[in-house]
Design a protein around this ligand. Structure first.
Ligand code: NDP
Ligand code: 8X3
Length: 248
C-alpha cells in the first residue's frame, strides 16, 4: 500500500500568501489543512483544492488547542497568519495595536508551533516554515510595532532551529518584502485608497511569488534545511528604498 500523503498545515490561509501557499502545496501532492478566522473565505480557498478548512484564531489558546486536536498528522507547518496594525510613529504609538501585533505575529506562532510540535517530530521529516518579513531585520519610520514583532519572530525562529538540531524537523524563515495582498488594507484599517498608494508606481510581489518559495522549500529532501530566504520585488532594495515610476 502506498504511504499516506504528507500533510501540510497552513495558518492564515483565507487570503494572501496563506491561500496561495495552500494551493501550491496541494498541487505538489500534499494533503492540506488550512486555518483562519473568516470561515467562508477559508472554505472558498479549501474547496477547489480538496483541503480541510478549520476555524483558527491563533491569538486564542482554546482555538489553537481545538485546531491542533483536529490535526492527526502534520509533516509541514506554515506559520503564516500575521498582520500589521497601524503606521504610527513611536511618539503616537497605540499600545493596543502593539499588543495585538505581538499576540498575532509572535505568540500566535509560538502557540501553533507548540501545539503541533509532537506531530512534526513524529513525522520523521517535519518542516516548520515561519513567514517573517524583511521587517524582521530592517526598520522604517512608522513601522516599529510591526518590525519589533517580526524581529521577535525572527529570534523565535532562529532559536527553534538551535533547539531542534539533531531532531527530524527543519526550520525555515521566509522573509518577503512588499507584496500586494490584503496586508496594507488591514494595516491601514480598511482605507483602500491609502493601501493602493503603498504600491503606486512600483511592481510588488504577488502572493504566488511567495507561495512558490514556500512550496519549493517544502519540496527539498530531508537533509536540506533552507534556513532563510529573503524575497523582494526588483523595485525594492530595502524597506525604505523603493523605485517608483512616475506616471507619463
Ligand atoms: P493578508 O492580510 O492577505 O493575510 C493575513 C492572513 O492572516 C489572513 O488569512 C488572515 O485570516 C490571517 N489571520 C489574521 N489574524 C489571524 C488570527 N488571529 N488567527 C488566524 N489567522 C489570522 O496578508 P499577507 O498574506 O500579506 O500576510 C501573511 C503573512 O505575511 C503575515 O505574517 C505578514 O506579516 C507577512 N508578510 C506580508 C508582507 C506583505 O507585504 N504583504 C511582506 C512580508 C511578510 P483571517 O482574517 O480570516 O483570520
Ligand atoms: C511587510 C513588508 O516592508 O511593509 O512585512 O514591512 S514591509
Amino acid at each position: 500500500m502506498p504511504d499516506a500523503k504528507r500533510v501540510a498545515v497552513v495558518t492564515g490561509a483565507s487570503s494572501g500568501f496563506g491561500a496561495a501557499a495552500a494551493r501550491a502545496l496541494a498541487r505538489d501532492g500534499f494533503e492540506v489543512v488550512v486555518g483562519a478566522r473568516r470561515l467562508e473565505r477559508l472554505r472558498a480557498v479549501a474547496a477547489p483544492i480538496g483541503a480541510r478548512a478549520l476555524p483558527l484564531d491563533v491569538t486564542d489558546p482554546a482555538s489553537v488547542a481545538a485546531f491542533a486536536a483536529s490535526v492527526a498528522r502534520c509533516d509541514v507547518l506554515v506559520n503564516n497568519a500575521g498582520n500589521a496594525f497601524g503606521a504610527e510613529s513611536i511618539a503616537d504609538a497605540d499600545e493596543a495595536k502593539w499588543r495585538a501585533m505581538f499576540e498575532l505575529n509572535v505568540m500566535g506562532v509560538l502557540r501553533v508551533t507548540r501545539a503541533l510540535l509532537d506531530r512534526l517530530l513524529a513525522s520523521g521529516d517535519g518542516l516548520i516554515v515561519n513567514v517573517g518579513s524583511i521587517a524582521g531585520f530592517e526598520v522604517y519610520p512608522g513601522g516599529a510595532g510591526y518590525t519589533a514583532s517580526k524581529h521577535a519572530l525572527r529570534a523565535l525562529t532562529r532559536t527553534l532551529r538551535l533547539e531542534l538540531l539533531g531532531k527530524p524537523v527543519r526550520v525555515t524563515e521566509i522573509a518577503p518584502g512588499m507584496a500586494e495582498t490584503e496586508f496594507s488594507l488591514v494595516r491601514l484599517d480598511g482605507d483602500a485608497e491609502r493601501a493602493r498608494k503603498v504600491y503606486e508606481g512600483m511592481t510588488p510581489l504577488a502572493a504566488e511569488d511567495v507561495a512558490e518559495a514556500i512550496a519549493w522549500v517544502a519540496g527539498r529532501p530531508p537533509h536540506v534545511d533552507i534556513d532563510e530566504l529573503v524575497i523582494r520585488p526588483r523595485d525594492q532594495a530595502t524597506a525604505m528604498l523603493v523605485h517608483r515610476r512616475r506616471p507619463d
